[in-house]
Ligand binder design. Sequence first.
Ligand SMILES: NC(=O)C1=CN([C@@H]2O[C@H](COP(=O)(O)OP(=O)(O)OC[C@H]3O[C@@H](n4cnc5c(N)ncnc54)[C@H](O)[C@@H]3O)[C@@H](O)[C@H]2O)C=CC1
Ligand SMILES: O=C(O)/C=C/C=C(\O)C(=O)O
Length: 468
Amino acid sequence: MNPIQDYWLDNYCPANGEVYGQIPNSTKEDVENAYIAAKSAFPIWSQTSLEDRSRILIKISELLENNLQRFAEAESNDNGKPISLAKQVDIPRAASNFRFFGNAITQFASESHESVGQDAINFTLRQPIGVVGCISPWNLPLYLFTWKIAPAIAAGNCVVAKPSEITPMTAYLLGEICTEAGLPRGVLNIVHGLGSTAGQAIVEHPDIKAISFTGGTATGAHIAKVAAPLFKKLSLELGGKNPNIIFADCDYDDMLKTTVRSSFSNQGQICLCGSRIFVDASIYEKFKKDFIAKVKTLKVGHPSEASTNIGAMVSKPHLEKVLDFIETAKTENGTILCGGNKVVVKNYEHGYYLEPTVIEVASNDCRVNQEEIFGPVVSIMPFESEDEVLKMANNVKYGLSATLWTNNLKRSMRMSSQLQAGIIWVNTWMMRDLRTPFGGIKASGVGREGGFEALRFFTEAKNVCIKY
Ligand SMILES: NC(=O)C1=CN([C@@H]2O[C@H](COP(=O)(O)OP(=O)(O)OC[C@H]3O[C@@H](n4cnc5c(N)ncnc54)[C@H](O)[C@@H]3O)[C@@H](O)[C@H]2O)C=CC1
Ligand SMILES: O=C(O)/C=C/C=C(\O)C(=O)O
């Protein structure tokens, strides 16, 4: 063991497989120091007026927008995603997160209940919790990091936050911007490092009273086990295995174009991707032909090239994991209709590239349809009836999102109410309104983010009853 060497973690660039930086592998002591800083900032920040908090959050948002190119390059370099995606989606959304919660906090109200006949009135105070922990994953690094931090600080909390050790760069840059925007010292404390050490220290900390986590289901289960006996508030956004259900009466061209996106955006590394595609048997063969033809046009390439549709996978171990799933599919009578192989990109031979892959599965019970792959891999299979597809869609441990393609209003209402998922999209995918509740059921998580739900999570409700 070399304590100096072990304190630093290599940071890889997925596009070329090279180490391009190092981050601290923060220890329990580092987390304690972050907590102390947060605790000392809390009395002032929690009493800072809503107008001042709002102004600072909106300033952070503006600075992110002003630095779009720099942040997008950093995100793409760190994660492997096409720079075009980082520029159009990740960084603008991170900016929106701050702007949205900067505005939302000025509109957040609490309840009052008049106890008629008892000469009393109850009102609810919504007070910040204190020091809270935010832990985020590598797939949408700044987007998800800020989706937690923005409501937490808007509500008057101070934060100890850990980005994924696999994609630390934009969180580091965010720290600079927050300082420039005038966020007081100690309000946001970013610690870098491994989940098993720095992350675990946040979750175990007896005085960090709430944890907002996005990541894998197994990690979420572990966090819940550690946090529950400490009586922490928990928000867990976990994995998905989302059905994309296509009926014959849909707007076919729109469906086809969006299904390519919902399958392969961000190399399929979004918990909302529609990884199980179920197609009305009457259009199955046509869909199969058209879909594969479109998928074959997607260009796998270096993330910095404008023509790239599919960039690099986030890490070598993750690439290997996804390839293992493709091998598993073959042993389960799956047919690889296209893709399935690593891609060697000229001049970037050590990058982690994978073809977009479509697998025709014989049954919904196979591992490929039951486990989260989290890569550019989707399965397709036909269905005969609404009842059959509903059963298959729900027959999975996850319950994050579902997409329905149909112009039949009654059917969309019927199915929306019966699908076991926290988010249903009808004739669209990943259309986001930041006011809406966001989250899953079953193994996809606990609690909701977004809008006032997030502000409720990051506050404690205290009821005051006054007799008059
Ligand atoms: N939102 C989602 O649905 C996501 C799902 N995943 C799934 O999870 C699988 C594993 O990916 P990982 O990178 O290992 O994700 P992960 O769940 O281990 O990592 C997410 C975050 O949790 C932290 N973390 C890990 N262990 C922790 C612990 N004991 N205490 C506190 N924090 C901890 C990590 O450092 C990271 O910041 C992926 O293959 C994918 O299937 C991964 C990322 C996002
Ligand atoms: O809030 C959103 O728009 C998207 C969230 C996506 C995830 O939580 C994920 O992919 O992990």
